[in-house]
Ligand binder design. Structure first.
Ligand code: ATP
Ligand code: MG
Length: 449
């Protein structure tokens, strides 16, 4: 936004006026060069933190020990950091010592990638000692200095490397990739929240399949234990199944597709997402979609789709699943199903399929033959659309009315009966009408077919 740039220019000018050096640095310079939207602007300066605080009345010492002051200007905030070097990364993450220095090139050298190691002055001149502009043009992620050493210092950089390659759709320079492969085990030192944050930017970014492919090929994530219980081959299989992930608009569906591709059962996905520190709304939405999948898989396993009456039995199973998991979870699963590669889909009997074998031909239990006759996504969609109601609240009879009409005390039977009536009404057996539903309940009570 131009307001942000104008405010940033004022901060920069304020530092220059007092005789200090100052530049915009890092992500904003990179994104300006790439013609991408700039969401925030960081500054780097020769001024010491106390000097920065002396110049700007409205500021917050957000990272004083590391030389970072947040300066507020015209409603925008800017991180202003004193030129510094870092050393002693004992835990493969945070430097133990920072040293303020006077040369901006020293400061740029501590930064992770060449495209992030550029700064720009008020005059527009770009300071680029490590070839960031050339790498931008060649669309390359390259470490500043020796890749293996830089990844060993701070293991999070490896995930940032994959994230930038994914979001920008860049390649990774050969030496950088080699360094990453050598240091990949060090990712275990990084806190799960940090891993999740990077993963989120990959998965929700514009080219998620690129990042997932790189994660699979790098072996960065697999640790074989919670909260990343996968092996390299799980990740490779998942990368193939998630080829269509970029077409999904809904963030929850992208996570659901990833967990589906990683063969995660619905019953365990809530816990897993909790371990990844996801908020409750995300956890329940994602788990809901996977519950629909599990219910439908169970239906397909129990009801041979080609068998006489199989289609009707499956329709009822589907409707029961929609009622149990909710309409939005069901629609989510159908959207996700459509994004899966056809051959891997559990119900791929769509238009592109070869003609089904002669009627009655499929052998029960033969998965391929079964799938050929299974209802396709369009059938599931129209079954869902035809449902006259989706929740107990919409049913034209209450538990109270039902108990009274049947002259029975309320008890566990009541909830069960209401669910049966809901299914009957949703499947179109009975109109959603109080009298007709009560009549149906009485018939059910007499156990008539
Ligand atoms: P974005 O904000 O879009 O994620 P960014 O490049 O601004 O991209 P930040 O995490 O905001 O990324 O970091 C700002 C700058 O600080 C980076 O451009 C880079 O120069 C430097 N930097 C950030 N994290 C690291 C790191 N782990 N190691 C080395 N330098 C880093
Ligand atoms: Mg940034």
């Amino acid at each position: 936004p131009s307001g942000m740039v104008a405010a940033g220019n004022l901060v920069l000018a304020g530092l220059l006026e007092q005789g200090h050096e100052a530049y915009f640095v890092g992500g904003c310079v990179r994104d300006e060069l790439l013609g991408r939207p700039v969401h925030d602007m960081d500054l780097t300066t020769s001024a010491r933190p106390e000097e920065v605080m002396g110049i700007f009345p409205r500021c917050v010492p957000t990272g004083l020990a590391h030389g970072t002051i947040t300066v507020l200007q015209d409603g925008w905030s800017f991180e202003v950091t004193t030129y510094r070097t870092e050393s002693g990364y004992a835990d493969h993450r945070r430097p133990e010592h920072v040293l303020f220095v006077s040369d901006v090139k020293e400061d740029l050298r501590r930064r992770d990638f060449t495209i992030n190691a550029m700064c720009r002055g008020l005059d527009g001149i770009v300071v680029d000692p490590y070839g960031g502009q050339e790498d931008s043009e060649r669309r390359l992620i390259r470490c500043v200095g020796d890749a293996e050493a830089r990844f060993e210092e701070d293991a999070l950089r490896m995930l940032r490397c994959v994230r930038f390659a994914s979001v920008l759709d860049f390649s990774i320079a050969k030496n950088t990739w080699r360094g990453l492969l050598r240091q990949r085990d060090k990712l275990a030192h990084i806190a799960v929240e940090r891993v999740r944050a990077e993963l989120e930017r990959i998965v929700l970014g514009p080219h998620p399949q690129r990042g997932l492919g790189l994660l699979a090929r790098s072996g960065l994530l697999p640790r074989g234990k919670a909260p990343f219980p996968w092996t390299g081959s799980d990740m490779a299989a998942a990368a193939a199944l998630t080829a269509g992930i970029g077409d999904l608009q809904d963030a929850h569906l992208r996570w659901a597709l990833l967990l589906h591709a990683l063969k995660q059962p619905a019953s365990e996905s809530g816990e897993l997402l909790r371990a990844w520190t996801f908020p409750g709304a995300t956890r329940s939405a994602v788990a809901g979609v996977l519950r629909v999948r599990d219910a439908w898989d169970a239906a397909l396993a129990e009801v041979p789709p080609g068998s006489p009456g199989g289609t009707e039995a499956l329709r009822r199973r589907w409707i029961a699943a929609v009622l149990a998991c909710g309409q939005s979870a069901a629609e989510g699963w159908l959207t996700l199903l459509a994004a899966l590669p056809q051959a891997a889909s559990p119900c791929p009997a769509g238009v592109a399929q070869p003609p089904a074998p002669a009627l009655g031909a499929p052998e029960a239990g033969a998965p391929a033959a079964q799938r050929l006759n299974a209802p396709d996504i369009a059938a599931l969609r129209s079954w869902t659309a035809e449902m006259p109601l989706h929740t107990l609240a919409e049913l034209a009879v209450t538990g109270h009315e039902l108990a009274r009409a049947l002259q029975k005390r309320p008890g566990p039977w009541l909830g069960e009966r209401l669910q049966q009536l809901l299914l009957a009404a949703a499947a179109g057996d009975v109109p959603n009408d109080t009298q007709l539903l009560l009549q149906e309940a009485k018939r059910m009570d007499r156990n008539e077919p």
